[in-house]
Design a protein around this ligand. Structure first.
Ligand code: ZN
Length: 503
């Protein structure tokens, strides 16, 4: 076959596939339009079950309700259990001829609520229009996609669960099969910090080992465009305490003779980080990957929301001079969370304090690890002539060292990043685009989520695909989901299920 003909054949197959993808999305959209009442009923019923991870009885009811919804759709469901943890719901669909399994993750627990701040009961779902008027949607003739359903976890993170199930229904009713094996994994304690997720992944490696993971959690981009994220920063906490004299001293009698721990601490912090966010600890950037050309290109296409954010936050300048937000978060950060020492205002006293404390959180990027960062920080602090201790120092330690600092490290966890150049990364973005929902591609999110757990042990691709509106009030009062986001999610899930290549 000569090259032009080969090119033509490739073009025709590619465009045929594209047309098919558009048809999948269109069918899903049509099916959804005819079944909005049923979708919202199932969503509303799930939202009505209280879902704090610590509320064992209700969290089990959530797991049971989701299991029943999956079983009804012909999925094979297992409730995995670890003592003291909410069950992990795993629902699978095996497709003949498919050799690839894609895991879709969401969580069914929610953040604690401050009921006094909610307009209505967080576990009695209410529909409201854009003006905030309550709507009796079950009696309404049609559903407005700008309406929002208000309840805890409407956005974070029950919407994707309902979206995926509705996406399966939409496929089924248009006579289509998923093209890949599907594994749905629903966690019940994400908002409590996922204390057993590592345990589940370790205990059930033969179950929880899809070829790639799609994490359906979080809100979409502030521009309302759909979004994919390919990484998350790791995290590591540090508490530092610098010690002065063994008792508080008159700062007139002893000032500029007895060392002042507040001054020592601020100088130590100054030696670690400048005003532009640059970390001054030697070697800190050696392990930090610089953005790839594909990542820089994706960043350049992210809609510019920075002027709006500056207005909203009432700031003029930003720390990372010349770098956009999404490029700045590709690098590690040293955030100063707080300083505590002495007193100010009415409480101020002329005293040289006995100690001064600071609290720091580091955000890590590949290939940094908590251990590598710890080592660099401690070497730096020793280079500033400090004696590092792990417990509160006794008088002897203080009397025999010019500068003493106690370091208390949190356990932290490593960062994760999936390459934008992977075939799967491109495939998902292309499918969403063909379905009419071109995604903003964030090479990483700035915050920390334990994506690395899903990557282990052999660096599996992990891609984030949130569907909730950015203004969904997640974690706060009056959490909500804009219906159009659920509708878009259904189309996207149906398109991925049926459009991803089988191998
Ligand atoms: Zn979440």
């Amino acid at each position: 076959m000569t090259r032009p003909i080969l090119a033509l054949v490739l073009f025709l197959t590619a465009s045929a596939a594209a047309a098919d993808v558009a048809a999948i999305a269109k069918n899903a959209s049509e099916w959804r339009a005819q079944n909005e009442g049923a979708i919202l009923s199932e969503f509303s019923d799930l939202l009505a079950i209280p879902n704090l991870a610590s509320d064992a009885e209700n969290i089990a009811r959530n797991a049971d309700a989701i299991s029943a919804s999956c079983t009804r759709r012909g999925l094979s469901v297992r409730l995995l259990r670890i003592a003291g943890a909410p069950p992990l719901v795993v629902a699978e669909l095996h497709v003949p001829d498919a050799t690839r399994t894609i895991g879709f993750y969401a969580h069914y627990d929610g953040q604690p609520v401050d009921r006094a701040r909610w307009k209505s009961d967080p576990w009695k779902p209410v529909m409201r229009d854009v003006e905030g008027n309550e709507i009796d949607w079950q009696k309404a003739k049609s559903v407005d996609s700008e309406w929002r359903i208000y309840a805890r976890s409407a956005g974070d993170d029950k919407a994707p669960i309902i979206g995926m199930l509705a996406g399966l229904d939409a496929l089924h009713h248009s006579g289509r099969q998923p093209a890949v094996n599907l594994m749905f994994v629903f966690e019940g304690e994400e908002e409590a910090g996922s204390p057993h997720l590592a345990g589940y992944l370790a205990k059930y490696p033969e179950v929880l080992r899809p070829d790639a993971w799609v994490l359906c959690d979080g809100p979409v981009h502030q521009s309302r465009q759909m979004e994919l994220f390919f990484g998350a920063r790791g995290t590591l906490d540090l508490e530092l305490t610098v010690y002065g004299p063994g008792k508080g001293l008159h700062d007139g009698h002893y000032g500029n003779w007895v060392p002042n721990p507040i001054v020592q601490l601020t100088h130590l912090l100054d030696s670690m980080r400048d005003e532009n966010g640059r970390i001054l600890i030697k070697g800190f950037y050696a392990d930090a990957k610089t953005p790839t050309p594909a990542e820089l290109e994706a960043i350049s296409k992210i809609p510019d929301v920075e002027p709006a954010l500056r207005r909203e936050f009432a700031i003029l300048a930003t720390e990372s001079v010349g770098k956009k937000l999404n490029e700045a978060i590709m690098y590690p950060a040293l955030n100063l969370r707080g300083i505590q020492a002495g007193h100010v205002g009415d409480q101020a006293s002329n005293t040289i304090q006995t100690e001064a404390r600071a609290s720091i959180d580091f955000r890590l990027v590949p290939d940094e690890t908590p251990a590598s960062v710890k080592a660099l920080v401690e070497r730096h602090i020793e280079g500033e002539h400090y004696k590092i201790v792990r417990e509160t120092p006794d008088a002897h330690t203080r009397a025999t060292n010019a500068k003493v600092v106690k370091l208390e490290w949190g356990s932290g966890y490593p960062p994760a990043r999936t390459s934008l150049d992977l075939p799967l990364s491109k495939e998902i973005a292309d499918l969403m685009t063909e379905a009419g929902h071109p995604p903003v591609r964030l090479p990483t999110v700035g915050g920390s989520i334990p994506m690395y757990l899903f990557q282990q042990p052999d660096n599996r691709p992990v891609i984030g695909l949130p569907i909730a509106n950015h203004d969904d009030n997640q974690h706060a009062e009056n959490e909500n989901l804009r219906l159009q986001n659920l509708w878009d999610g259904i189309e996207i899930y149906a398109t991925l299920f049926a459009g991803l290549s089988a191998d």
